[in-house]
Write a protein that binds this ligand. Structure first.
Ligand SMILES: Cc1ncc(COP(=O)(O)O)c(C=O)c1O
Length: 390
């Protein structure tokens, strides 16, 4: 039996939304994007949203808007996708990698506080696999150690967490901004895309410019009132806006996200039960949280992870690794070698983890096959390898 790792939920019905944009003369960022931005403002209960053509470009535009550059530091967990740290390095700042909690795999206020220096300009907590970092606590911890009069921005990496919650709050409540990815495998997708939500107008206004080459007006705004209006270039920016052609795929994705979360929760419950008495490690649920369940990850102890992946692949099961820890990747090992010793938990999880097939609509018989095959592959692991904190 072959089991795909992931399948999206876009369908032929969504072609109509794209066709309706094709029927207009305007393909790039315009009325459709604006209405999706409004929808996202109400979903997250925030005053401002900007759609972007990826998380990466959106976060880069945001860091530029925050004035982050050479000589500055951005604190990032060592267990995440490379993009979270790369955007800091791309604008010329230093990504300061910190370790994660051994049970939840999330960055902690204590680890962030300990890494703050007078050069720290921002912190990028990552809601890994869909579980939220406690941003309210992080905000308090950061403010406590920040040098007097020095605001350290908190930018949430929500690539894994659109629909998750913690203590009743969605992302964006306690941070300066939260950045989402609508990449092909994300819970809400339009193939490639993203969004930034803002709690304040000032940062939004500047990011609106850095999102499009620092221009004071995008194409859609230049013809207001039927006449051409000149634009100015206010600052350096990049090209990070999302075209209406892709934005048109988002409304249905957003309307159905909460139903799909229930399906994800059911799949996670079935994996939990099916793998409960095995030595596989799993991230601990965060108390008071509702995970967005972007990925279902397990940890294989005893140096057997890659052998288990090969056996699952041989059985027709697609899996991925999310992620090898950043300090072990060539670039970060070369440029920030000191972080290897500082991040033992991220490193260990990065050597043990693999992600199982997981998407709404995954047939039950296929999921049962994954569970049975994985149980057989890990076989008679010694009880010394049994779960618990890493
Ligand atoms: C945690 C995390 N951050 C950032 C990104 C980057 O997203 P994008 O591909 O939209 O730039 C991803 C994408 O996989 C991710 O998983």
């Amino acid at each position: 039996m072959n089991v795909d790792f992931y399948r999206h939920t876009l369908s032929a019905e969504d072609a109509d939304s794209v066709a309706s944009v094709l029927a207009t003369p305007f393909l790039t960022t315009g009325a459709v994007s604006r209405s999706v931005e409004e929808r996202l403002c109400s979903y997250f209960d925030v005053p401002h949203t900007l759609l972007t053509n990826s998380w990466t470009n959106g976060a880069t535009a945001l860091l530029l808007a925050l004035g982050i550059g050479p000589g500055d530091e951005v604190i990032v967990p060592a267990m995440t996708f490379v993009a979270s740290a790369n955007v800091a390095e791309l604008v010329g700042a230093k990504a300061v990698l910190v370790d994660v909690d051994p049970e939840t795999l999330l960055v902690t206020p204590a680890a962030v506080s300990a890494a703050i220096t007078p050069r720290t300009k921002a912190v990028m907590p990552v809601h890994l696999y869909g579980q939220m970092v406690d941003i309210e606590k992080l905000r308090a911890a950061v403010d406590k150690v920040a040098p007097t009069g020095h605001h350290i921005a908190i930018v949430e990496d929500c690539a894994h967490c659109f629909e998750g919650r913690l203590n009743g709050y969605r992302p964006g409540r306690f941070s300066d901004a939260a950045v989402f990815s609508f990449y092909a495998t994300k819970n809400v997708t339009c193939g490639e895309g993203g969004a930034i939500i803002f709690s304040s107008g000032g940062l939004y206004e500047i990011t609106r410019e850095t999102r499009t080459h620092g221009m004071s007006a995008i194409a859609a705004d230049r013809f207001k009132g039927g006449t051409y209006n000149h634009w100015d270039m206010m600052r350096l920016g990049l090209k990070a806006n999302l075209p209406d052609l892709l934005a048109a795929l988002l409304p249905r994705q957003i309307e159905t996200i909460d139903t799909r979360l229930e399906e994800r929760e059911e799949l996670a419950r079935r994996y939990d039960e099916g793998l409960d008495d095995t030595p596989l490690r799993r991230p601990m649920p965060v108390s008071g949280g509702r995970s967005a369940w972007h990925l279902y990850t397990v940890g294989v102890a005893g140096g057997r992870r890659d052998e288990v992946i090969a056996s699952l692949n041989a059985a027709g099961i697609s899996v991925t690794v999310n992620y090898r820890a950043l300090p072990e990747l060539h670039y970060y090992a070369k440029h920030h070698p000191e972080t290897v010793e500082r991040c033992p938990f991220a490193l260990q999880w990065g050597r043990e983890t693999l992600s199982l097939p997981f998407y709404p609509g995954l047939p039950k018989d296929q999921q049962n096959y994954v569970i049975d095959t994985l149980r057989n592959v890990i076989g008679e692991s010694s009880s010394a390898d049994k779960g618990g904190p890493i």
